[in-house]
Design a protein around this ligand. Structure first.
Ligand SMILES: Cc1cc2nc3c(=O)[nH]c(=O)nc-3n(C[C@H](O)[C@H](O)[C@H](O)COP(=O)(O)O)c2cc1C
Length: 205
């Protein structure tokens, strides 16, 4: 598919058919993700792909529990908002596959030579580690569209990121940064309206 078509066709898909996604397809999506630019070409990512319904339900239950445990504000909406957040956090259990994207800490060139801490440099540079993961995630989403699949970027399940990392047996040096659900869309999802370019673009001559 032409790149512009892929970018325009991409939209978040949260409802899937029963058809599975092969290990090879998941691997290829991650390979394309890994082509993304990253700070110092550090490629701070590591991918874990899962297509096991029982394990996905187990993880979803942990996420739901963590949301349930959140203290509510003293307003009527508290319970309702938690239900809504729960939906957008655990629908991955019904997807054919999920890819977990972990990030490892990087050392910037600057922190080797000046007294700023890693966190100070990271904040000053607007979190290049997470920006790298963002670039990787977008590559993965576009790869999925190009393969005729639907996908959705997720971070709300990260409320249980430590539990998820533990259940997946991932080295503690890595932190869960994002998830992508992927499968065959249950039906056509039209892309969401986006801002008109002239309302968000400025050119300084
Ligand atoms: C960093 C990030 C985190 C997101 N986390 C979630 C999530 O946890 N659950 C969810 O249902 N959608 C999530 N989304 C998808 C957004 O809701 C979606 O991209 C947005 O509504 C725009 O819709 P579109 O992707 O169809 O253009 C996330 C998107 C991004 C970029």
């Amino acid at each position: 598919m032409d790149f512009i078509d892929v970018a325009q066709k991409r939209t978040s898909v949260r409802s899937f058919s029963e058809e599975g996604v092969s290990k090879e397809a998941l691997r290829e999506i991650c390979r394309i993700g890994g082509l993304a630019p990253s700070v110092n070409n550090f490629q701070p990512w590591r991918f874990v792909a899962m297509a096991n319904k029982d394990k996905m339900s187990e993880l979803a239950a942990v996420v739901a529990q963590k949301i349930e445990e959140l203290p509510e504000k003293s307003c009527e909406l508290g319970e309702q908002i938690k239900k809504q957040v729960e939906y957008f956090s655990i629908f991955f259990e019904k997807a054919p596959a999920v890819i977990f994207v972990f990030v490892s800490p990087y050392e910037s060139v600057l922190e080797r030579g000046v007294t700023l801490t890693h966190d100070e440099v990271n904040r000053m540079r607007a979190y290049p580690d997470m920006q790298s993961v963002g670039a990787c995630m977008q590559n993965m989403l576009l790869a999925a569209v190009n393969m005729g699949l639907g996908a959705c970027w997720m971070t709300s399940p990260l409320i249980a990121k430590h539990e998820i990392a533990k259940m997946l047996n991932v080295d503690s040096e890595y932190e869960l940064a994002a998830m992508m659900v992927v499968g065959h869309a249950s039906h056509d999802f039209p892309p969401k309206p986006k801002k008109e370019i002239d309302t968000i673009f400025e050119f300084v001559s």
